[in-house]
Design a protein around this ligand. Structure first.
Ligand code: CP3
Length: 348
């Protein structure tokens, strides 16, 4: 077994010297892989796959063997722990949450999550992955951040405008804070449970928090995310990553949440961001996911651009700026990984 502090991923997350830049991909266990689609069909549905530890562990490990990434992210979804709070969840194929949150009663109905009771399948997935890969790569756990979970709970599913969410947060501020409180407590319990069961890095997905202005972010999100990071076990051993899509206007504030790593989308310039917050945190990202539809020469060129912009210091984890699309050719992803591995070598 490799000790956690020997992995490129963990070293880069703590800005320690590395021989090359580590690379993994958000949604790397997913529909772009024929091998994933096969297992998902065997499971019957996306949710049955999430709840089946053997099959979920199998698809988690696929990208390590097929693509050659430097980390395994456990296969699950940010919305599944909500079921343990009493939320009714389905995927068709996008998420559908019955009884969206509208009032005090709906919030009162949410009960605390007991991870070992409601999400024991997640503990089992993590243990199975650790056994199966016997130290070949570190295992990443994750959770949705409270604001992003609240978006889905208020909208009842995907949304373009998030107008119901904004209306609820601004018109019903007291209720919004109550909801954020409940989700914060849940997220702390859930992530600490994952750390206890073998997660060696954890990522908090706050995909939609970028819709807020800096001031609204500071009052509705920052205190809760900061509390999550300060309440997690494994400080200095288990790196904490914080990702928002469309976060250019929030990066400075995000870097003060206590996260070790900030996950970037592709719309910001990694060189500029490094100058802005790179002295405080490591950076993860930030290739445009659409680049994977281009020719291999273009993919390599775009990878090199990012590696050059970040420079040769440690503190960079290569990733896409958002999840990989289901129509990407896996060969193109292999090209991306190869380009990172071959062009980021350094003495350390
Ligand atoms: O990264 C990984 O490989 C681990 C697994 C993972 C999934 N979802 C699997 C999944 C992770 C980390 C997530 C996070 C997630 N889920 C986020 C945050 C990151 C982001 O993408 O912004 C969000 C917002 C969700 C909610 C969610 N889950 C949506 C909106 C959808 C529908 C997407 C679609 O294209 O239909 C899902 C379903 C989902 N989660 C799939 C996968 C592989 C596809 C479902 C399938 O296999 O049918």
């Amino acid at each position: 077994m490799t000790s956690s502090d020997e992995y490129l991923l963990i070293k880069a997350a703590f800005k320690q010297p590395v021989e090359r830049t580590p690379v993994w991909v958000m949604r790397q266990a997913g529909r772009y892989l024929a091998e994933y689609r096969e297992v998902r069909d065997k499971a019957g549905s996306f949710l049955s796959l999430c709840y089946n530890p053997e099959l979920a562990a199998e698809v988690s490990v696929q990208p390590l063997d097929i693509i050659g990434v430097d980390a395994v992210i456990m296969f699950s979804d940010i919305l599944t722990p909500l079921v343990g709070m009493g939320v009714e969840l389905d995927f068709m194929p996008g998420p559908v949450l019955a009884n969206p949150i509208k009032n005090q009663r709906d919030i009162d109905h949410l009960h605390p999550l007991i991870p070992e009771k409601s999400t024991s399948y997640v503990g089992e997935i993590l243990r199975l992955i650790r056994q199966q890969i016997s130290g070949r790569a570190p295992v990443i756990g994750f959770a949705g951040a409270p604001f992003t979970l609240a978006c889905y709970m208020i909208e009842g599913g995907n949304s373009k405008l998030f107008s119901k969410t904004i209306k609820f947060f601004f018109n019903e501020q007291k209720l919004a804070h109550q909801l954020m409180e409940k989700l914060t407590t849940m997220t702390i319990e859930y992530l600490n449970y994952q750390i206890e069961n073998g997660a060696q890095m954890v990522q908090l997905f706050d995909t939609w928090a970028g819709i807020l202005s800096p001031d609204d972010y500071k009052s509705f999100v920052f205190p809760y995310v900061s509390r999550i990071f300060e309440s997690l076990n494994g400080t200095g051993v288990v790196p904490k990553v914080y990702y928002i899509n469309g976060s250019n206007h929030l990066l400075e504030i995000m870097s003060g949440t206590g996260a070790d790593v900030i996950g970037l989308d592709w719309k910001c310039d990694i060189q500029t961001v490094k100058q802005q917050i790179g002295h405080k945190v490591a950076l993860q990202g930030n290739l445009d996911p659409n680049v994977l539809f281009c020719n291999p020469e273009i993919i390599k060129e775009k990878v090199l651009e990012i590696l050059t912009k970040f420079g040769s210091e440690s503190g960079h984890i290569f990733n896409l700026g958002h999840g990989i699309d289901k129509n990407v050719n896996p060969e193109h992803l292999k090209e991306m990984v190869k380009a990172v591995k071959e062009n980021s070598k350094r003495d350390c």
